[in-house]
Every structure is written in C-alpha cells, then in structure tokens.
Design a protein around this ligand. Structure first.
Ligand code: FAD
Ligand code: NA7
Length: 600
C-alpha cells in the first residue's frame, strides 16, 4: 500500500477514519460486495465502521482520495488495524487463510488512542447539559460546546438551550401572568374589591422573565464549572471522525478531539418563504425578550407554540389573531384540539382559517411598528390586514446542516435533517450519539431530552442498561384552557386497535373554582380511551381544564404500569378537585348519553 499522504484535508479525514477504527470499511449502500464484507464482519460480531460513500456529500471525493492513497478505486475498501486489506475478495481471502481474527485482534494490545476528551457534547440545552453532568459524575473528561446564532432580528441568549431561554420557561411564566390576570377578575366574585381597572405592563413582565432566565444561565455555568466540565461558547462542526472545529464569537477557531460525541443541537424556528418574512416577522425566539409590547399580533401556524403564545398575549389585553393553514394542533386528539380552539375563540382570539401569508410589508417602523400582511385563503381569495407584530410559529428545523455530518457518516432523515438513531440513541457511527429534539421520530420535549441524555451517559460510562422509554410520554399544552394528555389520540387508537375494540369513557365537568367565578366551562372535559380486548387497558388519557400539567403527571405513572379502567375506578379520588373526575367516569361515548356538566 502506498504511504498515506499527510497533505489535504480529505486525506486527513480518511486517515482519521482509518486510525480511529480498528476495522474500517469504505462502502456504498447499494454495493453487493460491500454487503458481503459487512455480513462477514457481522457474522463474527467484529465491530467495524462502514461509511456509505454514496450517501455522503463528499463521498465521490473520498473515493478519489482513497484511490490516491491505496491505488484502489473500487468499494469496499477495507482497512484492519490501520493496514489496507483491499476489496471484497481480499477480505474473504484473509478469512479463508484463517488470518482475519488475528488481524482484527492485533490491535487489542496496542494502547488506546488518546483524545482531549472522553465525551464532547455539541449543544448545551436540556439534553446536552443533562448528559454532560451525568457523564462527569463518572469522572469522565467532558466538554460542552454551545453557541446561539442570533435570530434575523438579532435576539440571542445564554447557556441552557431552548427550554430555558426561549421555550418552556419563558412560555410558562407568561402563561402564569395570563392566569393571574384571569384570577384578578375572578377574585371580585370571591369578594375582593379590585378598586381600579387593572392592566398589564409588558415591560415589567419581560424584565422579570429575562431576569429569571439570566439567573438560570448563570446557574448552569456554575454547575458545569463545579462538575469540572469544560464549557466552550463556540459553534462546532466535525472536521474528522473524532475531531471537531469550533468558532467562537470573535471568530477564533480551535480544534478538539474526543473518544465519544453527543449531538444535542436542537431545533430553530422556520421562516416563511415569502417577501418580508425574515425582515419583519419574529418567532418565539424573539417574542419573550421583545423590547416593546407586541400590540395587535398575528400568529402564523396552529400548533401548540402558536396557540400558547396567542393565549397569553390575549390575556394581556392585546388584539390577537391566529392564522391556520389546515387544522389546529396536528398530531393531537382532534376532539380535544377543537375544544381548545373553541375555548380560545370564545375568549376573543380570532382565527383566520385555511389561509396562508403571501407577503409582509412594513408600513411604519417603531416599537411596535405597523405591518401590512397580505394573505390568501384556500378559495384563492386575497386579503390584507394591518398588524403591529407577526409571530411565525410554523415548525422548527433541525440544527444539523452546519455540523458537517457527511464527513463522519452520520445519517440524517433527508426530509427534516434529524438524526436517525437506534433505540440506544446511537447514530449510524458507533461513537456518535444524539439526544433531544434533533433525534428523528421522538417527542420534542425537555424531559425526554433530559431522560435520554442521563440514561445514555450511564450506559456509555457506567454499567447502566436502561433505555429511554419514549412510550406514554405525558405532555401539556398551556393554552387558555390547558390540555394534558398521555398515550394515544382517539384517531390513533382507532387506527391501531379498530373502532370496535375501543371503549371511550368521557364527561364534561365544571371546575369548582369556575362555578363561583361564573366562568364558562363548556369545554372542560376528560376522556379515557380503553381497549376492550385488553381488559379495558387505558391507552389514551385526555384532560382539558385547569392545572393540566399537575393533573396529568401523576396519571403518567399509572399508564406506565398498564392501568386499566378498573384501576381508575378502584382509585379513591381527592375531593373537591378536577382530577377526581377520572375516578368516577361512567358514561361511554358509544352509549350516546349526554355528558353535559351538572356541577359539583
Ligand atoms: P436545545 O435545548 O434546543 O439546545 C440545543 C443547543 O445547541 C442550543 O443552545 C443551540 O444554540 C446549540 N447549538 C446548535 N448547534 C450548535 C453547534 N453546531 N455548536 C454549538 N452549539 C450548537 N418542552 C416541554 O417539555 N415543555 C414545554 O412546555 C415546552 N414549551 C416550549 C415552548 C417553546 C416556545 C419552544 C420553542 C419549545 C418548547 N418545548 C417545551 C420544547 C423544548 O424546549 C425542547 O424539547 C428542548 O429544549 C430540547 O432540548 P435539546 O437539548 O434537544 O436542544
Ligand atoms: P409544528 O408543531 O411543527 O407545527 C407547525 C404549525 O405551523 C402547523 O400548524 C402547520 O400547519 C403550520 N405551518 C407549517 N408551515 C406553514 C406555512 N408555510 N404556512 C402556514 N402555516 C404553516 O411547529 P411548532 O412551531 O408549533 O413547534 C415545533 C416543535 O418545537 C414543538 O413540537 C416543540 O417541541 C418545539 P399544518 O398543520 O402543517 O397545516
């Protein structure tokens, strides 16, 4: 074999692959000879890394580099213990000669490759931080790279990722501000004399929320320092199999190596592809730190981020409109989604149905300015309306484009850029793992990212064997009428079990606190979806009402344990609460009986 050249970044990458993997196969996913070689290694449980050149952006260049280095252009191109073996025939011959195992084992006695770190984590959000702290607890040398690229409007934030800075935390605090406003109103019915007309001050709330976030950013930095985790505020990408390059705010570039990698770069909001979207619209990444009260606001998109933001902005006394392309809360139970929408509408939030924004123009800059939004509906009619603020909540994209994953062979879903992982959070490359929102097909929730990160660190660095269980993950939508759910929607349950095998127990109810305050409670409703053939095992839990997160969390334990309707019936309720309604459910949907709320 000709000597491996030292020059050229591709040669360095190829060399890094060969040196970092005892058995290295440069392969193509459709090549039958490559399959033969991989099957051979699989049959002896020999660990190898196969990079599929046909699935990599620079695959053709790597193939040309291999030709330059080894004289062999074809695949598979196999290396064992840093020695070039050749193609399929050469590898099979090695096996026939009885030398395969010897060649693979030869490396066992050699000292392990030394790296700067045991674990490099890319992304200092919920999943990345949880995993890094768990790994450090096993005395591993860990570094976290976290960097926030500013939004088009220039908003940026500190350590902690989406949840802490622009997600769950500011959202829930603003929702709490909304609930308090409603409580002031209710309080008059409870005898409190609220002397003056009260109104909301956006700047006070924003500062309070941002101060709290600042304290969390600081606490995270302290925690990392205390646990001796290196924190690097820089944007990272792969430049070789075990090597990343990181660029900080000042443009300084550093290079770092690690034995293992964890990718937890999360997601960032999408922008509409129409004139004015990036120039004049904001997203949830900007809203919680907005320097002025947003005024009359249009929220584009109908998923939970849009509806939650619409809910608290309306409660602050603003004129709020939601533009819906198709349906509310796609993926959630349809009946529950409609209840949420109907409650919001009855509380003065306007919905523009089946419409999409065509362009956004600035009429006047200012705080807030004036924007003209032109939109069209499904019937082809066009309309225009003026708003002060337009918030886009039309989905979020995986932050994988800049990681140069092609250079290391990490496979992503071409539709959404998310990382394809096995049940152990392992990517297609054995020493590269992923957790959190960036993992394809998993719930995008903070506790999921945290749980997956902690369990992964325990498996990688200790004797942990527990896998993250992505089933029956409870969640809550913090809309004006809160909605908590666990397990299947009625639609999904019907699809999986068939309509005849479902028994749905349901009821409307009036929360006691609503009754005295004379609040509308038409939409307060619960249902349990049960499977007849499984002894009425509960597979779907749905709750619309106050304190949905608190109510739902505990029932998630019951669902994990496989609770049946009988178990719910045999549980004694706590009176007077909303949650107790789950212990007294009697009416089935199939009976057609009226479940309108009768009060306590
Ligand atoms: P993130 O927390 O997004 O962290 C990723 C970090 O990596 C970021 O700081 C990013 O800037 C950084 N990064 C990316 N690329 C690089 C790179 N190349 N180099 C260095 N750093 C990089 N979940 C809930 O459970 N409950 C809720 O109520 C809830 N509400 C939400 C409300 C909103 C408005 C939003 C947007 C999300 C909400 N979520 C909620 C979802 C929750 O925030 C996410 O599931 C969670 O933050 C995902 O964590 P993560 O570790 O995957 O990524
Ligand atoms: P989601 O859950 O992906 O929902 C996106 C919403 O935006 C949904 O209602 C879409 O309507 C709508 N959408 C998507 N593209 C467009 C365009 N081009 N025009 C109008 N409306 C559009 O996104 P979120 O931002 O709410 O939250 C994403 C995740 O981030 C969430 O799971 C959290 O974990 C964090 P559709 O139903 O497709 O017609």
């Amino acid at each position: 074999m000709p000597p491996l050249g030292e020059s050229g970044s591709l040669q360095a990458i190829v060399k890094d692959y060969i040196e970092s993997n005892n058995v290295m196969v440069f392969s193509k996913s459709t090549c039958p000879f490559c399959k033969k070689v991989k099957n051979l290694f699989d049959s002896f449980q020999i660990k190898y890394l196969a990079v599929e050149l046909d699935q990599m952006e620079n695959g053709a260049d790597i193939q040309a580099t291999l030709k330059e280095m080894t004289g062999q252009r074809t695949v598979p191109n196999v290396f064992i213990n840093k020695t070039h073996i050749g193609g399929c025939d050469d590898t099979l011959q090695l096996h026939k000669d009885g030398k395969l195992h010897e060649a693979v084992a030869a490396n066992a006695e050699k000292p392990e490759e030394t790296y700067d770190y045991d674990l490099i984590v890319i992304g200092g959000g919920s999943g990345g931080l949880a995993a890094s702290k768990a790994a450090a607890a096993f005395n591993k040398k860990v570094a976290v790279f976290d960097f926030v690229k500013p939004t088009p409007s220039g908003t940026t934030w500190g350590l902690g990722g989406t949840c802490v800075n622009v997600g769950c935390i500011p959202k829930k605090l603003m929702h709490q501000a909304a609930l308090l406003g409603e409580a002031v109103n209710d309080s008059m019915k409870y005898g409190w004399a609220v002397e003056e007309t009260y109104k909301h001050n956006w700047n006070i709330l924003r500062d309070a929320v941002q101060d709290h976030i600042g304290s969390l950013n600081f606490a995270y930095r302290v925690q990392l320092r205390e646990k001796k985790i290196t924190y690097v505020n820089a944007y990272a990408k792969f430049v070789g199999p075990h090597t990343i390059e990181a660029v900080n705010k000042k443009g300084k570039v550093t290079t770092h190596t690690s034995a293992q990698f964890l990718l937890a770069p999360g997601l960032r909001p999408n922008y509409l592809n129409c004139p004015g979207a990036k120039e004049y619209c904001i997203t949830s990444d900007d809203l919680f730190a907005l320097q002025h009260c947003p005024g009359k606001t249009l929220l584009v998109g109908a998923s939970y981020i849009s509806l939650e933001c619409a809910g608290f902005l309306k409660a602050f006394g603003l004129d709020v409109t939601v533009m819906v392309r198709s349906i509310l809360l796609r993926g959630f139970d349809r009946q529950m989604a409609d209840l949420i929408g109907s409650y919001m509408e009855s509380h003065g939030i306007r919905f523009i149905q089946e419409s999409q924004v065509k362009k956004v123009e600035q009429l006047e800059s200012g705080e807030p300015g004036r924007l003209l939004v032109t939109y069209g509906n499904n019937a082809g009619e066009e309309s225009s309306e003026e708003f002060n603020t337009v918030v886009l909540a039309i989905g979020r994209q995986a932050m994988t484009d800049d990681l140069n994953l092609g250079a290391v062979g990490v496979k992503t879903n071409s539709k959404n850029g998310k990382i394809i992982c096995d049940e152990k959070e392992g990517s297609s490359v054995p020493y590269i793992h992923a957790v959190g929102d960036v993992v394809d097909g998993k719930p995008e929730l903070t506790p999921v990212a945290i749980q997956a990160g902690i369990l992964l660190a325990r498996r990688l660095f200790s004797d942990g064997s527990i896998l993250c269980d992505y089933e029956n993950v409870p969640t809550t939508v913090f809309t004006p009428l809160e909605y908590g759910c666990i397990g299947l929607s009625e639609e999904k349950a019907t699809e999986l079990y068939g309509i005849d095998d479902l028994e749905v127990y349901h009821t409307n109810y009036v929360p006691l606190e609503f009754a005295v305050a004379q609040r509308r409670a038409n939409e307060c409703y619960v249902k349990l979806i049960c499977i007849k053939s499984l002894n009425e095992k509960v597979v779907g839990f749905h709750y619309a009402g106050p304190n949905a997160g608190e109510v739902t969390q505990g029932y998630a334990v019951a669902m994990r344990l496989g609770a049946t309707k009988h178990d719910f019936d045999n549980t004694i309720g706590i009176h007077p609460t909303c949650s107790e309604v789950f212990t007294t459910l009697q009416t089935t949907k199939s009976s057609g009986m009226n479940v309108a709320a009768a009060g306590c």
